[in-house]
Write a protein that binds this ligand. Structure first.
Ligand code: HEC
Ligand code: HEC
Ligand code: HEC
Ligand code: HEC
Ligand code: HEC
Ligand code: HEC
Ligand code: HEC
Length: 312
């Protein structure tokens, strides 16, 4: 690492942060915790240069040196990495993640060194394949769901984007996006349909057992629902729904869908139409009644006024 800073400053920073990570990391933070705002990389992506040292220290990876993930640097002001810092396996994976990475595909690939199981499941999922096989930037990467790699907290903490509180919003970042839904024929408005369902309403009301997206679709190994390995494939549905609805039958499990009411789902469709007509009818009746009442009151007043004038 270059000596960017005079020794006294470095020593001061060292003493200040004493305890967790190494001098190398303090050097990184000396710049990155002071810098604010976003810069555009050579590749054209807009990246956040600020890393909040305190928040980083409190995260699950807070004890790690920055260079455990950032093993090499593509550009100034950083020194080029030592030869061999990146293993061939990681280098090859980094190449495959390039469509998704904004600043450092190697760092994104390094997650696999410590989280091999999660990585393998993800690589096999519809999201992983979108990036690695289809070479698209749209599928969810680890940090699309878990948030900034610098501030990850355990999944059961409130601030985690994958916590029960936030997971629907996190999946919704893409699954509410019309462009993505159209491009991949994902059925528009799946999130809204969920929110309107029994489950979504119970979830919003805080029912502790109402399913969120990941109860029905998995967290890492998410597949198209027609895929025989998806928990929502017809053959697996009685089992998946059965974890909460004991003895769920084939007929019962067909009750849940994100599809809008329509010809596929006619009974609720006509029921809802009927309800709208009924509501409009009641509304028209009330409005009509109010207008007539107001009208008769005005007429009475005018008549009374006329009479009073007559008396004078
Ligand atoms: C002298 C100040 C300085 C120091 C020290 C420094 N950086 Fe940076 N870093 C920058 C600036 C400025 C940028 C934006 C560069 C650009 O325009 O691409 C940056 C960008 C980055 C990026 C985005 C990718 C890239 O290369 O543009 C990463 C990742 C990064 N720094 C990590 C680190 C790590 C890890 C360390 C410690 C080993 C470190 N930095 C030390 C100033 C610094
Ligand atoms: C657990 C692994 C990990 C650690 C530890 C880590 N980073 Fe990162 N960092 C990443 C990943 C992954 C990215 C995003 C790469 C991408 O999208 O191309 C990233 C991105 C960045 C960026 C660019 C911001 C952006 O929006 O892409 C900077 C700057 C940065 N890191 C600095 C640091 C500094 C400074 C430290 C140490 C205090 C650090 N990182 C520690 C994994 C890590
Ligand atoms: C050097 C090893 C290492 C690397 C590299 C690493 N992690 Fe971790 N990660 C850990 C350890 C250790 C923990 C804390 C123990 C645990 O909960 O599994 C952790 C915890 C996590 C958790 C929290 C799990 C929970 O409790 O909910 C997530 C999410 C996570 N890491 C994602 C990532 C991502 C994404 C990357 C790549 C940007 C990454 N990790 C890179 C070692 C690593
Ligand atoms: C589509 C969203 C999504 C993506 C993409 C994703 N995760 Fe997760 N991850 C989750 C959810 C949701 C949980 C919490 C599951 C639970 O509560 O049981 C989780 C839990 C975890 C955990 C803790 C539990 C465990 O399985 O060990 C780790 C570690 C983790 N993820 C790492 C990663 C890594 C590494 C990647 C990238 C390869 C990744 N995740 C990609 C949604 C995602
Ligand atoms: C109770 C179980 C359940 C929950 C909860 C659930 N889904 Fe689904 N999901 C399904 C079923 C069943 C299908 C199969 C297609 C259909 O009937 O709509 C599906 C299909 C999908 C599809 C593909 C749609 C298509 O037309 O091909 C997407 C995308 C999706 N779900 C995302 C989500 C997201 C995001 C959430 C959370 C907001 C969620 N799901 C919550 C059961 C569920
Ligand atoms: C960064 C964007 C992004 C995020 C975040 C994201 N997804 Fe996706 N998801 C996609 C894209 C893009 C596809 C289509 C990939 C393809 O077909 O190549 C997809 C596909 C799916 C499918 C398969 C739909 C089908 O065709 O049957 C399901 C199910 C799904 N996602 C569920 C989820 C769930 C659950 C979450 C949250 C835990 C989530 N997604 C988070 C982008 C995202
Ligand atoms: C994580 C647990 C969980 C899973 C998984 C789950 N549900 Fe539910 N479901 C609930 C809860 C909780 C309620 C609300 C019960 C109540 O308050 O009466 C509910 C309500 C319902 C209702 C409303 C009528 C009733 O019986 O209360 C239907 C229909 C239903 N679920 C079908 C399904 C189907 C089909 C699946 C699988 C695709 C499924 N559920 C998966 C927890 C779950």
């Amino acid at each position: 690492m270059k000596r960017f800073f005079a020794l006294p400053l470095l020593l001061f920073v060292l003493v200040w942060f004493a305890g967790s990570a190494s001098a190398e990391t303090f050097t990184c933070l000396a710049c990155h915790s002071a810098m604010q705002g976003k810069v555009r990389t050579e590749g054209g992506a807009l990246i956040e240069v600020n890393v909040d040292g305190d928040r980083y220290a409190k995260s699950v990876h807070g004890g790690f040196d920055c260079i455990m993930c950032h093993k090499q640097f593509p550009s100034n002001p950083h020194e080029t990495a030592k030869a061999g810092a990146v293993s061939p396996g990681i280098a090859s994976l980094a190449g495959k993640l390039a469509p998704k990475a904004k600043s450092d595909p190697v760092a994104l690939a390094v997650c696999s060194e410590c989280h091999a199981d999660a990585y393998k499941e993800w690589q096999d999922s519809v999201h992983g394949r979108n990036i690695i096989e289809k070479k698209q930037p749209d599928g969810a990467s680890c940090i699309d769901c878990h948030g900034s790699p610098h501030y990850i907290t355990p999944r059961n903490t409130k601030e985690s984007p994958v916590s029960r509180t936030h997971i629907v919003k996190t999946c919704g970042e893409c699954h509410k996006n019309e462009k993505i839904s159209e491009k991949y024929h994902l059925g528009t408005h799946v999130v809204e349909r969920y929110q309107e369902s029994f489950h979504g309403k119970k979830y919003t009301l805080g029912h502790p057992n109402a399913p969120t997206c990941v109860h029905c679709h998995n967290s890492h190994q998410i597949r198209q629902w027609e895929d025989p390995q998806s928990p929502m494939a017809w053959d697996n549905r009685t089992k998946t729904c059965g974890t909460c609805h004991e003895g769920a039958t084939k007929k019962f499990v067909s009750a849940i869908t994100h599809r809008p009411y329509g010809k596929d789902n006619p009974i609720p469709y006509y029921f809802e139409k009927g309800l709208i007509v009924l509501l409009l009818g009641v509304f028209a009746f009330i409005v009509g009644h109010v207008i007539l009442e107001a009208f008769s009151e005005i007429r009475d007043k005018v008549l009374r006024k006329g009479k009073e004038e007559h008396h004078e």
